[in-house]
Design a protein. Structure first.
Ligand code: PEP
Length: 251
């Protein structure tokens, strides 16, 4: 997959079905520049209405926020990749820091989820990022490289080429504290170089690496102008149609 500009929204556990449908409908008429894709990661209960509401806009894609790593069976309360696929969603967010921290998702579990999503032909949006303590220790780049190695290094270059990476420093998520454009660039350049070691320069160059952490209409342009920042994974600001629209226009 060639490198694209991507504005991805993560609604987390927010919106009623009518609020969500309205938000998705607002995106159906949004003009999106060539070379840019929009993805919204909605709650499982909203997948179908979001797919239907955005069907007329070929630049908008729908993602689940998580999935189970098994095909099917006795896993009460879980959602399989086949279920997500059968609704028409095309992407799955994996390893968001809230899943890692609150639900104890390990690099090993995420490796299995990445494999399952790829096996079923959907696109993983693989999240990685360090907490404040790790950043202050100065070991943040090695830590995040390790997350990529543990969950992705087993892939072939061809499989890896289907993945979107999202760097999300935990200290910047939902805190209003954004990484500076230089901090985002430093990390994402290092991650791309690390990916090149595993998968080759071409695959690494073609990989879209997003930044996430308090992206807003007011800071998106500066962040996205960095050479290794190919877009954003946007939480809070994606819940406002107008503001998210401005972020989509920030490339
Ligand atoms: C996120 O949910 O991935 C995120 C980055 O949230 P926020 O934009 O609200 O910091």
């Amino acid at each position: 997959m060639a490198r694209k500009n991507i504005a991805a929204g993560n609604w987390k556990m927010n919106t009623s079905i009518s609020e969500g449908t309205q938000l998705a409908k607002a995106l159906s008429t949004k003009t999106v520049a060539d070379g840019t894709e929009v993805i919204i990661a909605v709650p499982f209960t909203h997948l179908q209405s979001a797919v239907e509401a955005t069907a007329s806009n070929s630049k908008v894609f729908i993602a689940a926020q998580n999935c189970n790593e098994n095909d099917k069976g006795a896993y009460t309360g879980e959602i399989s990749v086949d279920m997500i696929d059968s609704i028409g969603a095309t992407h799955v967010v994996l390893g968001h820091s809230e899943r890692r921290e609150i639900f104890n998702e390990s690099n090993e579990l995420l490796k299995a989820k990445v494999d399952k999503v790829l096996e079923k032909g959907l696109t993983p949006i693989f999240c990685c990022g360090e907490n404040l303590e790790i950043r202050e220790s100065g070991k943040h780049i090695d830590f995040v490289k390790g997350q990529l190695t543990d969950s992705l290094a087993h892939l072939s270059a061809d499989s890896f080429s289907k993945i979107i990476v999202a760097y999300e420093p935990i200290w910047a998520i939902g805190t209003g504290k954004t990484a500076s454009p230089e901090q985002a660039q430093e990390m994402q350049e290092a991650l791309r170089a690390h990916l090149a070691e595993h998968f080759g320069a071409e695959a690494a160059q073609n990989c879209s690496i997003l930044y996430g952490g308090s992206v807003k209409p007011g800071n998106a342009k500066e962040l996205f102008s960095q050479p290794d920042v190919d877009g954003g994974l946007v939480g809070g600001a994606s819940l406002d149609a107008e503001g998210f629209g401005q972020i989509i226009d920030s490339f």
